[in-house]
Each structure stands twice: as C-alpha cells, then as structure tokens.
Design a protein around this ligand. Structure first.
Ligand SMILES: Cc1cc2nc3c(=O)[nH]c(=O)nc-3n(C[C@H](O)[C@H](O)[C@H](O)COP(=O)(O)O)c2cc1C
Length: 194
C-alpha cells in the first residue's frame, strides 16, 4: 500500500497517471515480433479486471502464423465484397504488416444487464492488457472492423456465435511511430453535484 500523501503528490500516483495518459493506439508497427511470454504475462494481468459476479467473461486467442494468414485472406474477401479489389488488396497488405494478432471475446448472456456488465469487464481487461504492453514498449490497435463481426472469423477461431462476441481484434507490435492525442478538459466532462 502506498504512503498516504496530499493529493497527487505521491510519485507512484504521478507515474501511473503518466503511464495511462501515454498509451497510444498505433497503426504502424516494426517487423520485430513480440514474445509470446510477454503477451501471456499481459493476459495474466488483464484478467484482474473487475467483473460482476466473478463471471470472468473473457477469452483470449493469440493467433499463430496460419490463423493470421487465413484472417488476412478473410479481410481481403470481405473488403472485396463490400468495396472493391483495389481497396481489398491495400487492406490485406496493411494487415500483413502487423506482427501480432490477439482476439478478445466476451461470453454471451441472455440476460441484458449481465451481457452489458460482462462486456464492460472485457473492455477493462483490454485496457489492462494494453497498458501492460505499453509499459513494455509494445503498442496496440483495438479494432472492431467488419472481420470481427463476420461468422467466418468465428469459425476460424472455433467458437459458436451463440456463445461469444468479439470485443476486439487487438493488433500489437513495436511501434514505428506513436501519434499524439488530445482529450476534452476535465471541466467539460465533470459535473460535481451537491
Ligand atoms: C471499442 C473500440 C473499438 C475501436 N475500433 C477501432 C477501429 O475499428 N479502427 C481504428 O482505427 N481504431 C479503433 N479503435 C481505437 C480508437 O480509434 C482510439 O482509441 C482513439 O482514436 C483514441 O486514441 P488512443 O487510443 O491513442 O487514445 C477502437 C477503440 C475502441 C475502444
């Protein structure tokens, strides 16, 4: 437990704030692979996310080379069907340049509230994961593109669409560049009530 100090003065507090602020979504990655051990460690940390009724609703799929190749072909097919061959070739080429692929799913529930809470937990888990990786110099892009909602993708991964939804396809790797981002001021998003 950290020492109690006046607001914001603890070194750890400043550090964690800076770490959360500096995590960035990145689209461009170096070719260098991220070790499976690091990703496993990130998943170990991710699962400590809060989850109501301790449902632990998440599942993580660390994609191997063959599955990545099949996913890229599926992306090419989907984009060719929804746009055109030229855009499909571009998307497939971009996808082929991504060194790490992780899919996070959330178990489905017939209970609307439970489904919402479970999805919230999975989102927290993804944030834990990306923060942990960010600390190791690995950047991510959380995507919810068409492929993540396509039943052919679920078939590839081997789960039934009645059992789970894809929370995100997490592309990861060592970043070529880290973009900058802005947020609204706290004054704009905070209402202090009586
Ligand atoms: C649920 C979710 C889905 C997202 N899907 C996409 C996506 O499909 N394509 C994309 O470029 N970025 C996607 N993002 C990343 C956001 O665009 C990104 O978080 C946002 O631009 C803010 O940048 P930052 O993460 O660096 O703060 C997604 C983020 C979340 C939380």
């Amino acid at each position: 437990m950290s020492e109690v100090r006046p607001d914001g003065e603890s070194r750890n507090l400043q550090l964690i704030g800076e770490r959360i602020r500096s995590r960035r979504t990145t689209k461009l990655f170096l070719k260098q692979k991220v070790s499976k051990t690091l990703v496993r460690d990130a998943i170990e940390v991710a699962r400590w996310a809060p989850n109501h009724h301790l449902t632990e609703p998440w599942h993580f799929y660390m994609l191997g080379e063959e599955m990545i190749a099949d996913s890229i072909e599926l992306i090419r097919t989907i984009v060719a069907d929804t746009k055109n061959e030229k855009v499909a070739a571009f998307k497939a080429k971009s996808a082929a340049a991504i060194p790490g692929w992780l899919v996070v799913t959330c178990q489905k529930s017939d209970d609307e509230l439970r489904q919402q809470e479970d999805y919230a937990s999975c989102a927290c888990a993804v944030q834990n994961l990306t923060l942990y990786l960010s600390e190791a110099g690995v950047a991510c892009k959380w995507t919810t593109g068409l492929v993540t909602r396509d039943s052919r993708f679920f078939d590839l991964l081997g789960f039934d669409q009645d059992d789970a939804i894809v929370v995100g396809l997490i592309w990861y790797g060592y970043p070529k560049v880290l973009p900058t981002q802005n947020r609204k001021s706290v004054g704009e998003i905070l209402t202090e009530t009586r």
